[in-house]
Write a protein that binds this ligand. Structure first.
Ligand code: XMP
Length: 515
C-alpha cells in the first residue's frame, strides 16, 4: 500500500488534506513537522509528502522550519499555502509580506500555460477558475529551478513547480471545496506526479488501527462510556475488534431515551461484539434528581453530573482500569482547539469527567476521521444501519423535550408520540428530507372532544429540521398528508393528547430543540 505523508505546520485544514487524499483511495498519515526527519521519511517509504498551511511567516526565525534535505530525497513534495512558502524559502526563493495584497476567500486564479511535460499540477485546471486563498505573505521571487504555474491579480506566484525534482507549491488551498478544481490539483499531484497507487480502503484503516491499538495498549484494560450515539458506538466496535474483553463499555440508561433505544444499543453489542458490556439502569436515579426542576440549563447540569456519578459507581465495581476511551472525532478536535495528532496521549482533561476518576491515559481511535468516514467504519465493523445512521440525539435526551415538570408518565407519552412520528416519516419515505425530527411534549393543556366527551388534554409539537451543520436550520416541508396521518394516530392512540401542532420556525430565530 502506497503511503502519503501530510506534514503538519499548524494549518486549519490539515485533516481536510488527509481526507481528500483518502477520498482518492490513497493512505495518508499526518505527522507534526517536528516529529519526523527527512531520513525517517525516506526510511518509512512515503511515496509523496504534502506540507500543510500554517499561521506563521516563514521569514521569521521563530516560525516552524524544516530541513531542506527534504527537497533532495527524490520524493515528490507539494506545499500548500505556508507549505509552498516554506518550499520557496528552503529552495532559495523569496517570501514577502503581501501588505494590502493579502487575499482571503474566493479568488480568481489564472493558470500559466507552460510548454509540455512541465506544469502537470495545473494541467487539468482551466485557464481561469476560482480558488480559496487565505494569506498575508506571498512568494515574491521564485527559487532556482522553479517555474510559475499560476498567478492572481495580486499574487505573483499562486502555483509553482520544479518538474525535475517534482516539487510543487500552491498558494491557494486545493483541499477546500471552494477551490473549484482543487480535487484535480491534488489528483494530479498524487497520480500524475507521484505515481501513487489508489489501493487504500476503509478496511485498511480498520486493520491499521487495530494493530496500532494493540501495540499501544499492550494488554492494558480500557473503559468506554457508550452513549449509543454514532461515535461512541463505532469506537466500541473498533476497540472490541482490537482488544476484545479488555474493553469494558458502560451504557448508562438514564430513562430519557427514545422508545426502544436502550434495547437497540444493547442488542447491537450484546452477544455480537467481544467485550464486557454493562448496562446501568439509572432511570429512577435520574428522574428523582430531575423531579420539580423545570429550568432547562439546571436540568442539563443535573444530568451531566448524575451521568458522571453513575459512571463512577459502575467503574468502581469494575476495578482497576487505567485507560479511558473516547469516541472523539475530528470535528470535536477542531472545536476543542487542536491537540497533537497522536492517537493516544497522556490524560490531562477529559471534558465532563471528574478529577477523582484516575486514568493514566486516554485513547481516541477515531480522532482523525470525519463523520461520514466514522459511519463507513461502523458499517464495515458490522454495526446495524439504524445505529450508524442515527440522527443526532442530545445527551440530556428527552429532558430537553418535556416542557414543565418531568415525570415517567410524561416521558412515556412523549416516547409514544415520538415513535409514531418517526415511524410514519419512515413509512412515507421522507427520512431523506429531514436531518432531525422528533416530538416535544408541552405543558399546554387545551380543550378537545373525543367521542362525545369534552377533554382537557396535552399538546404535542412535531419538530423536523433540515440542515447541513445544525448551526442554522430550515423547518422541513413535510407533506400535509403525512402530518395529518401522524396527528390522527397520535390523538387516537395516546389518550392524553388532544392537540398536535407542527413547528414552522427555522433556526435562527428558534433553536432545533425547544429547551
Ligand atoms: P439547538 O437546539 O442548539 O440544537 O439548535 C442543535 C443540535 O444540538 C443538539 N443539542 C444537544 N446535544 N446536548 C447534546 O449533546 C445538549 O444539551 C444539546 N442541546 C441541543 C440538538 O439535538 C441538535 O442536533
Amino acid at each position: 500500500m502506497d503511503k502519503v505523508l501530510v506534514l503538519d505546520f499548524g494549518g486549519q485544514y490539515d485533516q481536510l488534506i488527509a481526507r481528500r487524499v483518502r477520498e482518492m483511495s490513497v493512505y495518508a498519515e499526518i505527522k507534526p513537522y517536528n516529529k519526523i526527519s527527512p531520513d525517517e521519511i525516506l526510511e518509512a517509504g512515503y511515496k509523496a509528502v504534502i506540507l500543510t498551511g500554517g499561521p506563521n511567516s516563514v521569514y521569521l526565525e521563530s516560525s516552524p522550519h524544516y530541513d531542506a534535505k527534504l527537497l533532495e530525497l527524490g520524493i515528490p513534495v507539494l506545499g500548500i499555502c505556508y507549505g509552498a512558502q516554506l518550499i520557496a524559502w528552503m529552495a532559495g526563493g523569496k517570501v514577502s509580506a503581501a501588505g494590502s495584497s493579502g487575499e482571503y476567500g474566493k479568488t480568481e486564479v489564472t493558470a500559466d500555460r507552460v510548454s509540455s511535460k512541465v506544469g502537470l499540477l495545473m494541467e487539468d485546471v482551466p485557464e481561469t477558475s476560482i480558488c480559496w486563498m487565505s494569506h498575508t505573505d506571498y512568494i515574491s521571487e521564485l527559487p532556482e529551478g522553479f517555474i510559475r504555474l499560476a498567478h492572481t491579480d495580486v499574487c505573483p506566484v499562486a502555483a509553482m513547480g520544479d518538474p525535475v525534482r517534482k516539487i510543487y507549491g500552491t498558494q491557494f488551498h486545493p483541499e477546500v471545496t471552494h477551490t473549484v478544481y482543487g480535487k484535480e490539483v491534488i489528483a494530479d499531484f498524487l497520480f500524475k506526479i507521484s505515481n501513487v497507487k489508489a489501493d487504500w480502503k476503509m478496511d485498511d484503516f480498520i486493520d491499521i488501527s487495530v494493530k496500532r491499538i494493540q501495540e499501544m495498549l499492550n494488554g492494558k484494560k480500557v473503559l468506554l462510556g457508550l452513549s449509543g450515539g454514532v461515535d461512541s458506538s463505532v469506537c466500541a466496535a473498533l476497540l472490541s475488534r482490537a482488544i476484545g474483553k479488555d474493553l469494558t463499555a458502560v451504557f448508562v440508561d438514564h430513562g430519557l431515551l427514545r422508545k426502544g433505544e436502550g434495547d437497540l444499543v444493547e442488542s447491537a453489542f450484546r452477544g455480537r461484539f467481544d467485550m464486557n458490556l454493562i448496562r446501568v439502569d439509572a432511570e429512577e436515579r435520574f428522574l428523582t434528581k430531575l423531579s420539580g426542576v423545570t429550568d432547562p440549563e439546571t436540568r442539563r447540569k443535573i444530568i451531566g453530573e448524575e451521568f458522571i456519578r453513575t459512571f463512577e459507581d459502575a467503574s468502581e465495581m469494575i476495578g482497576d482500569i487505567t485507560v479511558l476511551a473516547q469516541g472523539t472525532i475530528y470535528p470535536d478536535v477542531i472545536e476543542s482547539g487542536k491537540g497533537d495528532s497522536s492517537v493516544i496521549k497522556s490524560h490531562h482533561n477529559v471534558g465532563g469527567l471528574p478529577s477523582v476518576m484516575k486514568f493514566d491515559e486516554i485513547i481516541e481511535p477515531l480522532r482523525d476521521l470525519f463523520k461520514d468516514e466514522v459511519r463507513e467504519v461502523g458499517l464495515k465493523l458490522g454495526l446495524p444501519e439504524e445505529l450508524v445512521f442515527r440522527q443526532p440525539f442530545p445527551g440530556p435526551g428527552l429532558a430537553v423535550r418535556v416542557i414543565g415538570e418531568i415525570s415517567k408518565e410524561k416521558l412515556d407519552i412523549l416516547r409514544e408520540a415520538d415513535a409514531i412520528f418517526r415511524e410514519e416519516i419512515a413509512k412515507a419515505g421522507c427520512e431523506e428530507l429531514a436531518s432531525q425530527f422528533f416530538a416535544v411534549l408541552t405543558d399546554l393543556r387545551s380543550v378537545g372532544v373525543k367521542g362525545d366527551a369534552r377533554t382537557y388534554g396535552s399538546t404535542v409539537v412535531l419538530r423536523s429540521v433540515t440542515t447541513d451543520d445544525f448551526m442554522t436550520a430550515e423547518w422541513t416541508r413535510l407533506p400535509f398528508e403525512l402530518l395529518e396521518k401522524v396527528s390522527l394516530r397520535i390523538t387516537n392512540e395516546i389518550e392524553d393528547i388532544t392537540r398536535v401542532v407542527y413547528d414552522i420556525t427555522s433556526k435562527p430565530p428558534a433553536t432545533v430543540e425547544w429547551l
